[in-house]
Design a binder for this molecule. Structure first.
Ligand code: ACO
Length: 472
């Protein structure tokens, strides 16, 4: 029977990240940075990276194929698929069209790519949710929507390089979900700012103004939180939310220390609006009561005060979502959703059921949003999501540690890949292997990888097997 659907949200999730990672302590030494800068100063432990036989299309193929296989999704049961990415391999042909090879016999799948730095993933998710509300009626249209987001985050040599990463997330979206997107509670903030952008068509590296990108991230956070509060009050007859209302508070994570400072800022907003029973060391915050927000960016004494006031809150509500971000690095569009996967892994379902999760998405340029998810009251409905999170955690522990030199070599390979045709990935060549058929740049089993770019720039992919790609 036809009718409007309710509770649109996430039914299933798959996370992909590369098999290789570099240790941040070793990278500090290799880069000549002071000991502790990447690990303590930025709060990062490891960073995932790809050589030149993985590109954005291969990682998206892998994560989408795995989501469909694990959850027995019939390719014909998908009606929408949007991709969020800022790792552009073609200025016209979308990554989405490449993914169509996973849907034989079903060309009727709406959606293409969405790009704005790390925010494209969230916009793809919003499009998927909206497509379900606008089209699915349980009768004429009853198919799933997919949102897939991922990037290979690489920086030129310099202070930003250690904040790279790589990975992709695929979400299965439909009605009556265990994680429901709250309607009327999307608080968006967009403006034009040159904090991080990619004007060079022949380079994967962004132009970055690091300090401006941090300030832009934090000012967008301030604006979104205030707007979310106003929207929340509107639909709850004037009841204003504070951080104690949420089981968890998740952020896009360029590096973990920025996330901790971000939670501190939200705590300061709560304090200023008189809701502070969940905060500590209020006397330190009092000193900043009348300070305009603009004067607080980069103010070390302000940062210290908000970090102290929110220390326990951070441990309880945000740290559990940072496991993947600390060990994979910035997945750009996938980062926030990797955070959701980490949370499911580290938090017991009983602490989440029936509660709301608050999420902040930021993409340079800039586009940002705070929105919330309501968790089902039935813990058993989270089991499928928990299983995926456990499998991702298993893979995380079974990666291969590379040396900083090997990481630098992988980035050199990627530099050569751009704009070249024909091109054969160096990671697949014997020169870059150990001569015994073992790759120096191993992949997980069942991973799509780039085998060739032909003379017309057409990319070809194959899928790894257990045997050949196991590596060291
Ligand atoms: N031990 C402990 N801490 C240290 C040490 C040390 N030996 N050395 C430095 N630190 C601390 C610093 O005090 C600083 O902490 P603070 O910010 O709390 O004061 C932190 O480590 C970073 O040091 P900086 O000197 O500020 O770092 P730098 O200027 O070299 O670069 C930055 C940091 C801007 C984040 C850079 O890595 C970058 O540009 N990254 C990419 C842009 C980015 O991620 N922006 C975030 C939002 S946009 C996005 O998502 C892409």
């Amino acid at each position: 029977m036809a009718g409007s659907v309710t509770d649109v949200g996430i039914h299933a999730m798959e996370v992909y990240f590369p098999r290789l990672f570099v240790d941040q302590t070793e990278l500090e030494l290799f880069d000549g940075a002071s000991a502790g800068k990447y690990t303590v100063g930025l709060g990062q432990m490891q960073m995932g990276f790809c050589a030149d036989h993985e590109d954005v299309q291969s990682i998206m193929l892998t994560v989408t194929a795995k989501l469909m296989e694990k959850h027995n999704i019939d390719p014909k049961s998908v009606g929408f698929l949007a991709v969020g990415t800022e790792t552009i391999v073609d200025k016209s042909k979308s990554v989405k069209t490449q993914l169509m090879q996973l849907f034989p016999g079903n060309g009727d799948i709406e959606g293409v790519d969405v790009t704005n730095a790390c925010f494209g993933g969230t916009q793809a998710v919003f499009h998927a949710v909206d497509w379900v509300y606008a089209n699915v009626d349980g009768s004429r249209e009853n198919r799933w929507a997919l949102a897939v987001m991922g990037d290979i985050a690489v920086y030129d040599k310099g202070p930003a390089r250690c904040t790279g990463g790589a990975g992709a997330v695929a979400l299965l979206i439909g009605p009556n979900a265990p994680l429901v997107f709250d309607r009327g509670l999307r608080a968006v903030h967009m403006q034009s700012v040159y904090d991080f952008y990619k004007p060079r068509m022949t380079s994967e590296y962004p132009v970055v103004d690091g300090a401006l990108s941090v300030q832009s991230y934090l000012s967008a956070l301030d604006a979104c939180y205030q707007l979310y509060g106003a929207k929340y009050a509107k639909i709850t007859n004037g009841k204003h939310p504070d951080l104690s209302n949420f089981a968890a508070v998740l952020f896009h994570s360029p590096y973990a220390r920025l996330v901790q400072k971000s939670l501190g800022r939200l705590a300061f907003h709560d304090f200023v609006s008189g809701r502070h029973s969940h905060l500590s060391s209020l006397d330190q915050l009092s000193a900043f009561r009348g300070t305009p927000l603009n004067a607080t960016y980069g103010d070390k004494s302000f940062e210290k005060a908000v970090l102290t006031a929110s220390e326990q809150l951070f441990r309880a509500k945000t740290d559990p979502s940072l496991l993947f971000a600390r060990r994979i690095g910035n997945m750009y569009t996938g980062s926030l959703y990797g955070g959701l996967c980490s949370l499911l892994l580290t938090q017991s379902p009983s602490e989440l059921v029936g509660r709301r999760l608050l999420l902040f998405s930021y993409g340079s340029g800039s586009a940002a949003a705070i929105f919330s998810l309501s968790v089902s009251t039935d813990a058993s409905r989270l089991q499928g999501l928990l299983q995926s999170a456990k499998e991702a955690a298993y893979r995380l522990d079974h990666r291969v540690k590379a040396s900083p030199k090997q990481f630098a070599r992988a980035l050199e390979m990627r530099e050569q890949l751009l704009g070249k045709a024909p091109y054969q990935p160096h990671a697949l060549c014997m020169d870059d292997n150990d001569g015994e058929g073992m790759m120096h740049f191993p992949l997980f089993p069942d991973t799509f990888y780039l085998t060739q770019i032909d003379e017309k720039f057409r990319r070809r992919y194959e899928r790894s097997t257990n045997v050949q790609q196991n590596g060291h």
